[in-house]
Every structure is written in C-alpha cells, then in structure tokens.
Design a protein around this ligand. Structure first.
Ligand SMILES: C[S@@+](CC[C@H](N)C(=O)[O-])C[C@H]1O[C@@H](n2cnc3c(N)ncnc32)[C@H](O)[C@@H]1O
Length: 359
C-alpha cells in the first residue's frame, strides 16, 4: 500500500528513515541534506515531490542544483533520482546526459521558472513501494558512488580551488593551476586531475590567461594571507586612469615619462591604457602565476616587465625573484634605477598596492 502524504517533508523523512540505514548506518538525514537540495546521497541527487505532474520541470530543478554544485566545486552525482512520493515511484536520469545544461549558469531560485524544459526519458522508472524488485534496484542505486565529470571554466574554477585547498591545506597554487609553459613544469590538478580525477576533465588551456580576473582567488591559503591580493574592479581602473591622464598632461615638455605599476597582478589597471600609454608603462608583480599572465597579456605592449623573461631561478617558492616592490633589490634594479636617476624622466606611480608601509 502506498502511503499518502500531505506534507512533502514527511515523505522525504520517511524515505530516508527507511533507506539510510541500508546504505550507511552512520549517515543521518542532516548529512544528506545539503545546499538546499532534498539530498545528495553517495552519487545520487534526490528530489522529492508529493506527486510529480511535470517530470521535465522537476528534472530541470535538479539540473539547476547540479549546476550550482559545479560552481561550488562539489562533485556531480551520476544519478538524478526524482521521487513522486504519493505514487511510490522513482524516476532515474543520468546526469551525464545533461552535462551541457549542468555547465550552464542559472540565476534565481532553482525551484522557480522550470516549466518548458524538455528533457529525455528517464533511464528507469521504479515502483519502489509496490514492487520489491524495483526497490532492490533503487537500494543498489543509492549505494552507488559514481560521478559525472565536469569541465573547468571561469565559472567554477574558484569553487574547485577552494575545495582543493580545503582538502589539501598544504598545497600551493602551482599544485592546482601549474602548467607546462615557462620554466616551472609543475602540472597542476586542473591539468592532470588526481584528487579530483573522478570529478573533473583535464583543463586543456595551455596557460591560465583565461582566469586573468580570478588569479587572486586561486591563491593558496598562505599566499592569500601574505599577498593581500584581490582583484581590481574595472570601474576602479577606469576612474583612476583619469588621474593618470591628468599626471601625463603635467609631464614637462622635454621629459620622457613612465607609468610604473609595481604590483600589477594580471594587469587589470592597465587594460584601458592606449597603445601610446602602454609604451610608457613598466610593470611587475610578485606572484608567479600572475606574472606569467602579465607577460602573456601585456609583454609585447608595454615598455618593460620585471623580469622581462623568465630565468631558471625566477620562480622562488611561488614568488617572482626580483619583483618584490618593497625590497632594496627592486630599487637597485638597473632599469628602475635608470629611470629614477634620470632628471628628464617623470615617474607616474599607478598602483593598487596591498601593502601598507607606515614608516
Ligand atoms: C590589490 S592587487 C592589485 C591587482 C592588480 N591591479 C590587477 O589588476 O591584477 C595587489 C597585487 O600586488 C601583488 N603584491 C603583493 N605584495 C607585493 C610586493 N611586495 N611586491 C610586488 N607585488 C606585490 C599581489 O600579488 C597582487 O597581485
């Protein structure tokens, strides 16, 4: 006999009461409920309704939950299980078949605006209350620990980075995003997944330029603490450029000038400089992977980057040797010194520094 519920939560509770102990007796309902979903149990996302009228709409709701999980850097269960409580029926879908939808970003609540979605047929329909064979299949599905691999992109890399550092607190940025370009050949997790081998496809991009705006958020714990790196908003860059242009107007007629950014990150402050202004720009930054993006994005456009090419010893435990703006070595860098000592050169500092040196 199928029990009829008036309240969805009651049915959901009974379901877990019956099955959780068969899956893992240590699991409680609280362990299963996560991120506003009706439950993630091993490699299964569950969604309960008293009665499912529009299967596609409920499927779409589940897909939106999976989309949110990808963005948060959480594994995507291979099975989507939609339960129509008062029919004692479970509809099973393979999340793999909906990977394009899962890799889309949705705004707003997952439970709203779902009608109109057209999905395929469920891979299985199980009458788990009335048919004991179907119930056995459902139990074995709930025990499965399979996941659907996703692609790393700008929308989800920060989520996966924080999952990675949370699980590997000692890991460095190179362990996560290292690539084969440049002198340091550390292939990071995104390019050769190890910890996440069941969850993500290798990222195919040769460099990390695609993540130019996110490099600060991809730093490991130690770098985050030490560098105070944060992304410079475009509006900030635009507004401050007005001041730089005021300064350029004041450069004495016969003078050369340089625009110096010693903590340029990935060069977002410089994006709107004209070609002419870029030719007067000298850049550096201390963090190695930012430096590599900086070289790639602006290397052929600006006057100079410190260091202009990567040497065998440039990588110095995640930092760029010679690029510490607060070091004596920096002031003594012959290129910097040449400009500092030249009375016919005006130096315009254009920086968004994280450091405070009150002395
Ligand atoms: C607030 S962010 C500026 C971001 C940059 N404007 C951009 O658009 O990407 C500060 C930057 O300074 C770098 N930094 C921190 N300490 C530094 C130091 N001692 N010398 C040089 N750069 C440093 C950080 O790595 C970070 O990229």
């Amino acid at each position: 006999m199928i029990k009829k519920y008036n309240i969805e939560l009651e049915g959901q509770f009974d379901f877990y009461e019956s099955y959780l102990k068969l899956i893992d007796k240590n699991l409680s309902i609280d362990c299963v409920l996560s991120d506003n979903t009706d439950g993630v149990l091993n490699g299964n996302l569950l969604e309960f309704k008293l009665h499912i009228n529009d299967l596609n709409a409920v499927l779409f709701q589940a897909i939106k939950y999976l989309s949110a999980r990808r963005i948060k850097g959480k594994p995507i269960p291979a099975n989507i299980i939609l339960i129509s409580l008062n029919d004692g029926k479970a509809y099973i879908y393979n999340s793999e078949d909906y990977i394009d939808n899962i890799e889309t970003v949705y705004l707003g609540s997952a439970s709203k605006d779902n009608s109109g979605f057209i999905g395929g047929h469920p891979s299985q329909e199980l009458y788990y209350v009335e048919n004991s064979y179907d119930e056995a299949i459902l139990i074995s599905l709930l025990r499965q620990n399979k996941f659907t691999k996703i692609h790393i992109d700008e929308n989800c890399i920060v989520g996966w980075a924080s999952s990675y550092y949370k699980q590997n607190p000692e890991a460095r940025k190179s362990d996560f995003i290292g690539d084969l370009t440049g002198k340091v050949k550390i292939i990071g997790e995104i390019r050769k997944p190890d910890k996440f081998k069941d969850y993500i496809y290798p990222y195919e991009g040769a460099t990390n330029t695609k993540f130019q705006y996110l490099m600060d958020k991809l730093n490991d714990y130690m770098q985050k603490k030490n560098l105070g790196a944060f992304y410079t908003p475009k509006q900030y860059a635009k507004k401050s450029l007005e001041l730089v242009r005021e300064a350029i107007k004041r450069v004495p007629k016969d003078n050369d000038y340089i625009i110096l950014d010693r903590c340029a990150g990935t060069g977002i402050l410089e994006l709107d400089l004209t070609d002419e202004e870029k030719e007067h720009t000298v850049l550096s930054t201390i963090e190695y992977y930012e430096y590599k993006v900086l070289l790639e994005v602006l290397g052929d456009k600006v006057r100079y980057i410190i260091p202009p090419t990567e040497k065998e010893d440039t990588f110095n435990r995640g930092l760029v040797r010679g690029a510490d703006a607060l070091s004596k070595e920096y002031i003594e860098n012959p290129v910097i010194k040449k400009y500092l000592d030249n009375p016919k050169c005006t130096i315009i500092l254009f920086e968004n520094p994280p450091y405070a040196e009150s002395n």
